[in-house]
Design a protein around this ligand. Structure first.
Ligand code: C5P
Length: 302
């Protein structure tokens, strides 16, 4: 190890949790080209792991296991750390290990969550004050889903999905995530498919909002506007949703714009039993996370 490689801090290990959307309403196209959303995010226990430390050598040394991903400037973790060095005027650089478990192009927010975990870890390791609002702004500049992963638990997302309002966490549920092999859905493509269906009629903003808020009172109906267009292109995903419901899920839906599909269960034993039906797919048994659990694990500065 050369002088410049020497760590400035001890390594910090931080989980980057996945999310599901209990509701995903796309209510219209915005002037900035993004879509106006009414969504309810829910953090789940499935996670990637980041191990991160500050080193004397400037630059970002990122190593990734568990997935083939660019460890360079196109990676959201890399961009998150660069933004933090700049915002806090930090000397030196970063050494990061990212262990991927969350499947990619699955609608589970893995890349955005990794970026948010890097922001939270960097804020702790920097030991310099940074307002939480500023962290949210940096998150939002990296991706529309990143701000949610700075808050965790259950939350309403409006605007591009980056305006976050925390909701009550509700009863704990087990979550069976089914990620079918060989189906990757590109998010921009899914939005383009949806654009052809969006009507010019006034979007039901109020309806979506009242449905979203019912998730703060307990379990409500799962809804996802992407299902109509994504299930038509990938009938296997519709079939997975049906099978989850037949296997006893209290609700099942596409995760984000897909391709993962999840089912909610009252307890882990039911989720494990249902998982046996999906031998040819990748499955994960997880549970919903409250904000307090999220804060404890991720060390959110609130
Ligand atoms: O913000 P992020 O880079 O995660 O978004 C990925 C893509 O999803 C955007 O380039 C855009 O095409 C689409 N998107 C959208 N409206 C949103 C969020 C994402 O159109 N509210």
């Amino acid at each position: 190890m050369g002088v410049t490689d020497r760590p400035l801090t001890t390594p910090l290990q931080i989980p980057a949790f996945a999310k599901i959307n209990l509701q995903l309403g796309v209510v219209g196209l915005r002037p900035d080209g993004y879509h106006e959303l009414r969504t309810v995010f829910q953090a789940i226990s499935l996670h990637d792991t980041l191990t991160i430390e500050r080193v004397r050598r400037p630059g970002i040394d990122l190593a990734i296991t568990g997935a083939r991903l660019d460890p360079g400037p196109t990676n959201l973790v890399w961009r998150a750390l660069e933004a933090m060095s700049e915002a806090l005027r930090l000397p030196g650089g970063w050494r990061v290990r990212l262990e991927k478990r969350i499947p990619m192009a699955a609608g589970l927010g893995g890349g955005s969550s990794d970026a948010a975990a890097a922001l939270l870890a960097a804020a702790r390791l920097a030991r310099r004050p940074l307002a939480f609002e500023r962290l949210m702004e940096i998150g939002s500049s990296l991706g529309a889903d990143v701000p949610f992963f700075l808050v965790g638990g259950r939350a309403l997302g409006v605007g591009r999905g980056d305006e976050i309002y925390p909701l009550e966490s509700g009863a704990k549920r087990s979550v069976l995530v089914v990620a079918p092999a060989g189906i990757d859905v590109s998010t921009p493509d899914a939005y383009a498919w949806l654009d052809r269906k969006l009507t010019k009629a006034a979007p039901p903003h109020k309806l979506w909002l009242s449905c979203a808020l019912s998730w703060s009172r307990g379990d409500a109906d799962l809804r996802n506007d992407f299902e109509a267009v994504v299930f038509d292109r990938y009938p296997k995903l519709r079939q997975i949703k049906r099978r989850l419901l037949q296997a006893g899920a209290t609700g099942a839906a596409l995760a984000g714009s897909g391709s993962a599909v999840f089912g909610l269960f009252r307890n882990p034993a039911q989720a494990r039993r249902a998982a046996r039906q999906f031998l040819e797919d990748q499955v994960f048994i997880a549970r919903t996370l409250t904000r307090a659990e999220f804060d404890r694990a991720a060390g959110a500065p609130r």
